[in-house]
Design a protein around this ligand. Structure first.
Ligand code: ADP
Length: 628
C-alpha cells in the first residue's frame, strides 16, 4: 500500500476543532487519554489471547512506555497491546463509530461555550493529542499480522490524514506526538512522571520511562537507556478479592483516607449488569471533624477503567453516607466526565444505588451478627455516625425500611442500643403505638413528667435527644405497622393499656374538677392555649404538651437557636387532679400565684425557658415566706 490521503469524516473535524479549542486550559489530560488507550489495547490483547495465546508472540509482558526526543520535539506513547491493522486505523482514527459520540454530535449547537460543556459527557480520547501536537503519527501492527503488514497513520488534525504500509517487528502501537513549539514543557521526565502519577498510578500495567541521572560534566540531568516503572501499577480494587489480604486492604485504606486507625469495615465487589463497576468501600472508625458539614464532599474517589478521574465524587454516595471512603471504578463512564455531568448520569445513579445498598448491607451484617465483636462494632459505629445515618430516613425513601431497622435509641429500659425491633418485641399486650419523647438531653428526657404514667405501667418510651431526631420523626411515622407517637403531643391515649375501671374513675375526677379548671383557664389566659385534666401524670402536679399537629416545643427551641422562625404556639397545660398541690388549689387564697407557678414549673420541667423568671421567683418566694 503506497501513501494515501483520506479526508476525515465531517464529525471528526468538528470534534477535533472542539477538543483543541475547548480543552486547552487542562491540556495535560492528553497523556491520561493516550495512556488509557494504550492500557485498553493491552487489555484487549489479554482478552483475545485467552483463546489465542499465540498472539503474545514472544512478548507476554504487557506494558506502556513513554519517552521523548527533546531535539525532534516528539513524545511517544508506546504499547505492546492489540495494535491496529490499516483498516482498523482508518476506521478508528478517521471516523467516529461510537454511537455515544454520534449522539453527542447531534446535540452540538454551534455555540462554542455550550458545546465545550457538552464535550465533558463524552470521551475525547485519541484526538486530545492534538491539543499539544501539530502532527500525530501512529505506527501500529495488529497482533497476529506479519511484520510487513503494519501501518503508519499520520495527520495534522485538520482536514485529512495519511495512511501508509510499513514494516514493524513489534506488535502494538506507537503514538508519536510532534509537539507544538510552545509545548516544550512536556519534554521533561519530571513533568511527565508527575502527570502519570496524578492520573495513571492505578493503571495495572507498568508504565515505563527512561531513567535520568546527573551528568556532572554537563552539570544537568541526562536521560539514560535504562527503563524504570513510574506508576504504582497496583490497582488493588481491580484484583480479585481472594488475592488481596486483609493487611493490604487496611494499608490501602490508610493511603486514601489519611486515617491513622484501621477501618471499621469494608466491602469489595465487582458489579456486572446494566452498569459495570468495581467498588471498594470503607467505613471509618471515627467521625471526622467536619462530619456535620453537609456540603462536605464525600470520600469516594472515581476511577474510570483504572484511570483516576476525581476525588470526593459526591454524586456517588448519598449525603447521609458522606463518611464512607473508598474507590469506585466504572467501566462505562467517559474519562472526561465532569462533576456536573455526574449528577445527571444514569450510570452514576445506578452506581449510587448499588453502593448505598452495599454500605447498608455492611452495616446490617454487623448489626444483625451473632458475634459479640460485630455487635460491639456496630455500637461503636452508631455512636460516631448514627446521627448522620438518621438523615437517610428522610432522604432515601427507597431504603427507609432498611434504615429504620438500623436505628438505635436510648429508652426508659436501656440507655443505648435499643432498636425499633427490640422495642416492638417488648411492647405490652394491647399496646399499639411506639412511644417516644424528644428532649435536649438524656437527663431531661428521663425526668420528663410526661413519662410518669408510662413508667408506672412499665411501658417503654424511646428517648430521643439528637438534634436530628425531630427531623427523623417528621419522616418516620411507623415501624412494622406501629405508629410512632410523641408522649408530649396531644392527649395521652393509652388505648387498651388502660382498663375500664381506670377510665371511669378518671372521668369522675375530671367532672368534679371542672370548676377549678375554669378558674385555671381564666388565670392563665394568654399563656396556655387550654387547661385540661390528664391521667399521664403520677408524681408531678402538671405538665405542658402541644396539640397533635403542632410543632413540638423542643423543635421550636432548636429552630430559634439556629436563628430560624418558629411559630409561637401556646402550649396546653395538663394537670394531675390527684396531686396534693392541685387538690388544695380550690380553697387556697393564693390561687392566682399557684396557677402561675404550676404553669412555669411545667415549662421548666419540659426544658423550656420562662419569659419572666423574676416574676416566677417572686411568686415562689411569697409562697415560701410565712403568711403575714
Ligand atoms: P475510545 O478510546 O474512547 O474508543 P479514542 O478516540 O481514544 O476513543 O480511540 C478510538 C479507537 O482507536 C479506540 O476505540 C481503539 O479501537 C483505537 N485505538 C486508539 N488508541 C489505540 C492503541 N494505542 N492501540 C490500539 N487501538 C487504539
Amino acid at each position: 500500500m503506497s501513501k494515501q490521503t483520506h479526508a476525515f469524516q465531517a464529525e471528526v473535524k468538528q470534534i477535533l476543532h472542539l477538543v483543541t479549542h475547548s480543552l486547552y486550559s487542562n491540556k495535560e489530560i492528553f497523556l491520561r487519554e493516550l495512556v488509557s488507550n494504550a492500557s485498553d489495547a493491552c487489555d484487549k490483547l489479554r482478552y483475545e489471547a485467552l483463546d489465542h495465546p499465540e498472539l503474545y508472540e514472544d512478548a507476554p509482558n504487557l506494558e506502556v512506555r513513554v519517552f521523548f526526543d527533546a531535539e525532534a520535539k516528539t513524545l511517544t506513547i508506546r504499547d505492546n497491546g492489540i495494535g491496529m491493522s490499516a483498516e482498523e486505523a482508518a476506521a478508528h482514527l478517521g471516523t467516529i463509530a461510537k454511537s455515544g459520540t454520534r449522539d453527542f454530535m447531534a446535540k452540538l449547537s454551534g455555540d462554542q461555550k455550550k458545546d465545550a460543556n457538552l464535550i465533558g459527557q463524552f470521551g475525547v480520547g485519541f484526538y486530545s493529542g492534538f491539543i499539544v501536537a501539530d502532527r500525530i503519527t501512529v505506527e501500529s501492527r495488529r497482533a497476529g499480522l506479519p511484520a510487513d503488514q503494519a501501518v503508519r497513520w499520520s495527520s495534522e488534525g485538520t482536514g485529512e490524514y495519511e495512511l501508509e504500509a510499513i514494516a514493524r517487528a513489534e506488535r502494538g502501537t506507537d503514538v508519536i506526538l510532534h509537539l507544538r513549539d510552545e509545548e516544550a514543557e512536556f519534554l521533561s521526565t519530571w513533568r511527565l512522571k508527575a502527570i502519570i502519577s496524578k492520573y495513571s498510578d492505578h493503571i495495572s500495567l507498568p508504565i515505563l520511562m527512561k531513567k535520568e541521572t546527573w551528568d556532572a560534566e554537563a552539570a544537568k540531568q541526562v536521560v539514560t537507556d535504562e527503563w524504570e516503572t513510574v506508576n504504582k501499577a497496583a490497582a488493588l480494587w481491580a484484583r480479585s478479592k481472594s488475592e488481596v489480604t486483609d493487611a493490604e486492604y487496611q494499608d490501602f485504606y490508610k493511603q486514601i483516607s489519611y486515617d491513622s486507625e484501621p477501618p471499621l469495615a469494608y466491602t469489595h465487589n465487582r458489579v456486572e449488569g446494566r452498569s459495570e463497576y468495581t467498588q471498594l468501600l470503607y467505613i471509618p472508625k471515627k467521625a471526622p471533624m467536619d462530619l456535620w458539614n453537609r456540603d462536605k464532599r464525600g470520600g469516594v474517589k472515581l476511577y474510570v477503567k483504572r484511570v483516576f478521574i476525581m476525588d470526593d465524587a459526591e454524586a456517588l454516595m448519598p449525603a447521609y453516607l458522606r463518611f464512607v471512603k473508598g474507590v469506585i471504578d466504572s467501566a462505562d463512564l467517559p474519562l472526561n466526565v465532569s462533576r456536573e455531568l455526574l449528577q445527571e448520569s444514569r450510570d452514576v445513579k445506578a452506581i449510587r444505588e448499588g453502593s448505598t445498598k452495599r454500605v447498608l448491607g455492611m452495616l446490617e451484617s454487623l448489626a444483625d451478627s451473632d458475634s459479640a465483636e460485630d455487635k460491639a462494632k456496630y455500637a461503636d459505629f452508631w455512636k460516631e455516625f448514627g446521627a448522620v445515618l438518621k438523615e437517610g430516613v428522610g432522604e432515601d425513601f427507597a431504603n427507609r425500611e432498611r434504615l429504620s431497622k438500623l436505628l438505635r435509641f436510648a429508652s426508659t429500659h436501656a440507655d443505648e442500643g435499643v432498636s425499633l425491633a427490640d422495642y416492638v418485641a417488648r411492647m405490652k399486650e394491647g399496646q399499639q403505638a411506639i412511644y417516644v419523647i424528644t428532649a435536649d438531653s438524656l437527663a431531661a428526657a428521663k425526668n420528663s413528667p410526661q413519662l410518669e404514667i408510662f413508667r408506672k405501667k412499665g411501658i417503654e418510651v424511646l428517648l430521643l435527644t439528637d438534634r436530628v431526631d425531630e427531623w427523623l420523626l417528621s419522616h418516620l411515622h411507623e415501624f412494622e405497622g406501629h405508629m410512632l407517637q410523641s408522649v408530649a403531643k396531644g392527649a395521652v391515649d393509652l388505648g387498651q393499656l388502660q382498663d375500664e375501671e381506670e377510665k371511669k374513675k378518671a372521668e369522675e375526677v375530671a367532672e368534679a374538677f371542672k370548676p377549678v379548671l375554669e378558674r385555671l383557664k381564666e388565670a392563665l389566659k394568654g399563656r396556655a392555649k387550654d387547661v385540661r385534666v390528664t391521667t399521664r401524670l403520677v408524681d408531678s402536679p402538671a405538665c405542658v404538651v402541644v396539640e397533635e399537629g403542632d410543632m413540638s416545643a423542643h423543635l421550636a427551641r432548636l429552630l430559634k437557636q439556629a436563628g430560624q422562625a418558629a411559630p409561637d404556639a401556646q402550649p396546653i397545660l395538663e394537670v394531675n387532679p390527684e396531686h396534693a398541690l392541685v387538690r388544695r388549689l380550690a380553697d387556697d387564697p393564693r390561687f392566682d400565684d399557684l396557677a402561675q407557678i404550676l404553669f412555669d414549673q411545667a415549662l421548666l420541667a419540659e426544658g423550656g425557658q420562662l419569659d419572666d423568671p423574676a416574676g416566677y421567683v417572686q411568686r415562689v418566694t411569697r409562697l415560701l415566706a410565712p403568711a403575714a
